[in-house]
Design a protein around this ligand. Structure first.
Ligand code: DGL
Length: 363
């Protein structure tokens, strides 16, 4: 056997190894091509929070962990989606305001217009997550999935819920079946519509509830399952456009309770509110000591919306007040904080109470 034999074998083995490496590379490229492209926009909150010990589930610091660390903490995500991360801002969600909403909405619309983006996940503090979700529900101009997610325990805690919530949210945002359903909230293995979900417990991981109208689906074993849709307009079917907006009209909420007077209403109007949501008791009832201030506010051009602090049900037009005569608007089933968002956007289009009431029956 010539001395060249080992060389020939070596050459053949090198050839096989090269072909194998090329095949593996091609396979991984092929797999990546099959996976959805999901962008994670991080904004802060507890999901990015850290505590002093593994049992610190209250008294931790929110908004400390960056988006790349959030992604790195869940390596399983890379098997189900091609993920890119952007740190849009890093704050606790009680501090999120109009500027952050507009910045986030504009970024979402730019990204979703790109053909190589299949869906978006937004990591967010849970305190105002429902508000950001509803704002985006009314201004995102795409059918592609937008999923908001947070956590109730910081990333350092025993049984932190952030990693599994983030994994589920990425799965949901990468699922074609999630398209066209409006902005979604994925928490605790449940899928909620942005329109009706609310934070219902101060600290437990099952805090997000859509108690009477119900969840729209579940995520089980990483796979989303849908059972219903919201029927009110959203995303592509809304008349609202934030593209040219660099601010939002001032709209405030006045809360009703036993023995309430008119101090809050008068102060909010004096501070420049262009719209006022009254979080009434029961079916949006107006306490006798508050009503004159609301009537005057309307006469002074402030748009008044009757909502309810109750949490479920329809605030009936001309029920607890003669809305036709007072020229008030009713909030339908929207919570006071979400009625405020719709009224803010409505006021970017019109001051007609007739038109605004139509909007509350449309969205
Ligand atoms: N500061 C709260 C927030 O950023 C923490 C609550 C949470 O994110 O779960 O919303």
């Amino acid at each position: 056997m010539s001395k060249q034999f080992p060389q020939a074998v070596r050459a053949m083995l090198c050839g096989f190894m090269f072909m194998f490496a090329a095949a593996v590379q091609a396979e991984s490229v092929n797999n990546a091509a099959k996976l959805p492209n999901v962008t994670i926009l991080a904004t802060g909150g507890t999901i990015a929070g850290t505590g002093a010990t593994s049992t610190t589930t209250v008294g931790y610091t929110a908004a400390t962990v960056g988006v790349q660390s959030l992604i790195a903490a869940v390596p399983e995500i890379a098997k189900v989606a091609n993920v890119t991360g952007e740190q849009v801002f890093q704050i606790a969600s009680e501090n999120i305001g109009d500027a952050q909403w507009l910045q986030l909405a504009k970024r979402v619309n730019v990204l979703l217009a790109q053909p190589n983006v299949d869906g978006i996940v937004i990591t967010h503090g849970t305190d105002t997550l429902e508000e950001t979700a509803y704002f985006l529900h009314l201004v995102v101009k795409s059918k592609k999935p937008v999923v908001l997610v947070g956590s109730m325990r910081p990333s350092t805690a025993l049984s932190a819920d952030g990693p599994i919530n983030l994994y589920n949210a990425v799965r949901l945002a990468g699922t074609p079946e999630a398209a066209g359903r409006g902005v979604l909230v994925a928490m605790n293995d449940q899928i909620h519509s942005a329109r009706d979900v609310t934070k219902a417990n101060t600290t437990t991981t099952d805090t997000f509830r859509t108690s009477e109208l119900g969840v729209i689906g579940y995520i089980q074993g990483g796979k989303p399952f849908f059972y219903r849709n919201v029927v009110r307009n959203h995303t592509l079917d809304t008349e609202f456009d934030v593209t040219k907006l660099d601010g939002l009209p001032q709209v405030d909420v006045a809360y009703a309770y036993a023995n309430v007077g008119d101090v809050a209403v008068n102060a909010l109007v004096a501070a420049g509110a262009r719209g006022l949501v009254h979080a009434g008791v029961g079916n949006g009832s107006l306490p006798a000591r508050t009503k004159p201030a609301l009537v005057k506010a309307r006469k002074d051009g402030v748009v008044v919306v009757r909502a309810s602090r109750v949490g479920q049900g329809i605030v009936a037009r001309n029920g607890e007040a003669n809305d036709d005569a007072l020229d008030f608007v009713v909030a339908d089933t929207l919570s006071p904080q979400k009625a405020r968002i719709l009224l803010m956007l409505a006021l970017t289009k019109t001051t007609s109470t007739r038109e605004i009431q139509r909007m509350f029956y449309t969205y």
